[in-house]
Design a protein around this ligand. Structure first.
Ligand code: DC
Length: 232
């Protein structure tokens, strides 16, 4: 049983390659929660912009293109309740979402307020409507602004960090296209609309020397302190 305000959302924020995706996915599996990767949503938006030949730094063109896009967001039951997003029929593969051009353009696309408004509404609907309707008792959602802007009232906020060296190593080990993570972090942290920041009430975990299980264990310990009943 979980005692928390509805909907139950566990927010996991942090910079690029901090390990938050692996942690969020493992935590969701452990709790039987839906798992929403909001970064993938911004990546799909970027792939859609690039496919139309639009410059990701042209904010007006990006807003105009995505403002009229057909948006389908959901949770894949066959995949443990992982989120997906389709924009105008574009559903890029995992590999395409990690391409160098997407890495290079995603921070610019994510800084456009109209894009954030569009995707934030979808992210909220997934946790508030889709997850409960699909039988999930809650949602683990990861990103940059989940605890600060998407679900600022959730009592369950975590910020996962790691040293610059460890993050660079993790990204290199993951493969994918070239990714200037320091430049992305700078843009993500300094943009005007919902920048990456540590929410005041977030519990910060430095994952540099921890395994995924170690971080998940620390989160579960905190959740228990906050009233979660979790079988050990
Ligand atoms: O988590 P990721 O590295 O796949 O995210 C890709 C980009 O998406 C990131 O550089 C900034 C943006 N993003 C965002 O602005 N807000 C979120 N909640 C999640 C990601």
């Amino acid at each position: 049983m979980i005692t928390s305000p509805a909907p139950c959302v566990i927010a996991i924020d942090g910079p690029a390659a901090s390990g938050k995706s692996s942690v969020a996915r493992a935590l969701a599996r452990r709790l039987g929660f839906a798992y929403v990767n909001s970064g993938a949503f911004y990546r799909v938006a970027t792939a859609c912009v690039l496919a139309r030949g639009i410059d990701p730094t042209d904010a007006d063109a990006v807003a105009a293109a995505l403002g009229g896009a057909e948006v389908i967001a959901g949770l894949r039951a066959e995949n443990g309740g992982e989120s997906f997003l389709q924009l105008d029929g574009h559903a890029p593969t995992e590999e395409a979402l990690r391409a160098a051009a997407v890495n290079a353009g995603v921070s610019a696309v994510a800084s456009v307020p109209a894009v954030r408004a569009l995707l934030t509404a979808r992210l909220r609907a997934l946790a508030e409507e889709t997850a409960p309707a699909s039988g999930f008792p809650g949602t683990v959602m990861e990103g940059r602004d989940i605890g600060s802007a998407v679900f600022p009232h959730t009592p369950f906020k975590f910020y996962i960090d790691a040293s610059a060296e460890v993050r660079a190593q993790r990204r290199a080990a993951q493969g994918g296209g070239q990714d200037e993570i320091a430049a992305r972090d700078r843009t993500d942290s300094t943009r005007r609309a919902s920048p990456l920041l540590i929410a005041e009430d977030a519990h910060v975990i430095d994952s540099s020397r921890l395994t995924i299980d170690g971080v998940v264990g620390e989160i579960i310990g905190r959740l228990k302190l906050k009233g979660f009943a979790i079988a050990s």
